[in-house]
Design a protein around this ligand. Sequence first.
Ligand SMILES: C[S@@+](CC[C@H](N)C(=O)[O-])C[C@H]1O[C@@H](n2cnc3c(N)ncnc32)[C@H](O)[C@@H]1O
Length: 236
Amino acid sequence: MNRKRPLLVRLVNALRLVATDHHFRNVLWLRLVRPKGIFQPSNSTRPNRYPKIFGFVQSQLGADSEIRILSFGCSTGEEVFSLRRYFPRAAIKGIDINSANIAICRKRLRDANDPRISFAAAASTADEPEDFYDAIFCMAVLRHGQLALPGTNRCDHLLRFEDFAAAVKDFSRCLKPGGLLVIRHSNFRLHDAPAGVEFETLLRLQSAEKTPLFGPDNRRLEGERYPDSVFRKLPA
Ligand SMILES: C[S@@+](CC[C@H](N)C(=O)[O-])C[C@H]1O[C@@H](n2cnc3c(N)ncnc32)[C@H](O)[C@@H]1O
């Protein structure tokens, strides 16, 4: 049975949200304007969204270590505050292209009063120091939900492989040798990017979610799966 609400109801609902919900307006703006560097405009997230991965990274880096963690595309902060529970002594920074998300993160931070958490609005890691982070989490960012629509054979009207490759190259610059890069729900494979040779895979996880993959030519890779999720930066 088609449970979709009638078009007019959906339209009225959308107009109501545009008029009343600052947050909805902001994501809609990102979808329409597509600012330079944007990947996934949707800010869906939830607390402790990746318990297997967070637990694995904790087992690799140690729960009590005073490490530095970056959450790239942190949305409204759930990922950062979840990571805090796995890494009580870490310095954790969250960055997101959407300044409305960062405003929510900062409000939460005022309530949490945690001096070792920080947030910044940014579209890339270009302002982050070199060889600095022990772990970078990039979860559900290097993708676009509309690429899962049937009949989508190319991605470059929404995302370009070269932008993905540039993003992961800069993640590598910011990671210490031996640091961990965590990429989940990406439309591209790390090992297709030139920077991929700088990493080895530590954890592979099958996923029920259908995130189609696209190659360096921006064409769909039919029938391919890429469970590789946690990578270690090899020594130089
Ligand atoms: C689907 S949410 C993922 C949130 C969280 N990482 C998670 O997995 O629950 C994607 C987020 O990536 C952000 N984003 C998209 N492109 C970005 C970019 N170039 N730089 C920083 N953040 C970006 C969006 O604003 C959005 O908040």
